[in-house]
Design a protein around this ligand. Structure first.
Ligand SMILES: C[S@@+](CC[C@H](N)C(=O)[O-])C[C@H]1O[C@@H](n2cnc3c(N)ncnc32)[C@H](O)[C@@H]1O
Length: 361
């Protein structure tokens, strides 16, 4: 087991089983031993690959979206351009390159990266160097400077801690993480105490015994902060993630190591842990802050409406023969329903009166 396992064991022995949220928080974000804090997990040599790492076209489409939205806002100067959970910085770098065609946007943009990982902040710095845009880093969205914002995030909410509640025969109980019988590993444990049934949305109250509801408490808080900013200062936000549009019952917590699924409770700190995003929870948090929500729409449809097919054709025309099939494969991977085009979804958050944000309807 890992160093982090020893730390978790100490905490569990002192306090009893911890919530799944606390487990994720430490496994991913522990200051020294957390998965995101000590390594760059992306790419073929890493544990998983994300849309911006598949092709530059993804970030370019986001940059194009940002320009159109900025113009719809009346071209405010300055405009805060914010990415939450920017990974290697590839998406921001590709998006900024695409926005260069609108010179006034480039001049107005103040770039912010909301990132907790020091290793990834270094990677982001390198990725953005050729754009000559000097970003400012923050740990939390709430610390972004004042003024209107254009915010985006890809696979950000799926990395945030969730709590799990299980339908028992006499109500709902929390699923927690404790020690196994041998005390040399972790195990899921059902809490003895019942939780307040009001935490469970009405639509899923009638779940079968054993059914799991995943509560995205931290995601709701962060979405609330973003929506409040958009409503009070103007702006728009766009989120890509994999998940479902309605509240649902089912366990989606998963671990990935070297592009393969792994046991969630094994090797904490050495493998990625995510959960599917419940867009309905995000939408409720945004609406509670007074914002309008559009989508989620399938990622494939969104990218196609933005003109990614045409962009792929242009890149292919200018590419050497070996690159042509790679560009086409990347296009297919990002947009085809059986690949990332359907499970991945896009949701936009705008202030009241903004109208329909481009291509998210
Ligand atoms: C799955 S990665 C996605 C990276 C990138 N958006 C991409 O598509 O390649 C999640 C990102 O969110 C960051 N992250 C995780 N928890 C965070 C938090 N609480 N606040 C800010 N960033 C966080 C990670 O360090 C990482 O950059």
């Amino acid at each position: 087991m890992t160093v982090l396992f020893d730390l978790l064991k100490t905490e569990i022995e002192a306090q009893g089983p911890i919530s799944v949220a606390r487990y994720m928080e430490l496994a991913l974000g522990h200051g020294e031993h957390g998965y995101y804090m000590k390594q760059d997990p992306f790419g073929k040599a890493g544990d998983f690959i994300t849309a911006p790492e598949i092709s530059q076209m993804f970030g370019e489409m986001v940059g194009l979206w940002a320009c159109v939205v900025w113009q719809a806002m009346g071209s405010p100067d300055p405009i805060n351009v914010v990415e939450v959970g920017p990974g290697r910085g590839t998406l921001m770098a590709d998006a900024l390159r695409a926005t260069q065609m609108v010179e006034a946007f480039e001049d107005a943009a103040r770039v912010w990266l909301v990132e907790i990982s020091p290793v990834l902040r270094e990677a982001q710095k390198k990725a953005l160097a050729p754009t000559f845009m000097m970003p400012a880093w923050r740990d939390r969205f709430a610390d972004i400077g004042p003024g209107p914002v254009i915010v985006w995030g890809n696979e950000f909410f799926d990395a945030l801690p969730i709590r799990q509640y299980v339908r028992a025969d006499d109500g709902w109980r929390e699923r927690r993480v404790g020690l196994n019988d041998e005390r040399d590993g972790l195990a899921f444990i059902l809490s003895m105490d019942k939780i307040d049934a009001n935490l469970i949305p009405e639509e899923v109250q009638g779940a079968p015994i054993g059914g799991i509801y995943e509560d995205q408490a931290l995601s709701r808080v962060i979405m609330g902060e973003i929506a409040k900013r958009v409503v009070e200062h103007g702006g728009a936000a766009l989120f890509f993630d994999y998940g479902h549009g309605e509240h649902a019952i089912g366990e989606t917590l998963q671990a990935v190591k070297s592009h393969d699924y792994a046991d969630v409770l094994k090797n904490p700190g050495d493998q990625d842990i995510t959960a599917h995003v419940d867009f309905a929870q995000l939408a409720e948090a945004a609406r509670a802050a007074g914002a309008q929500v559009f989508g989620p729409v399938p990622q494939g449809a969104f990218l196609e409406r933005l003109g990614m097919r045409q962009r792929a054709d242009t890149l292919m025309m200018n590419a050497n023969p070996e690159q042509v099939p790679e560009i086409d494969a990347a296009y297919q991977r990002l947009t085809a329903a059986e690949q990332m085009g359907s499970l991945f979804k896009v949701m936009a958050v705008v202030p009241p009166g903004f109208g329909v944000p481009p291509w998210v309807e």
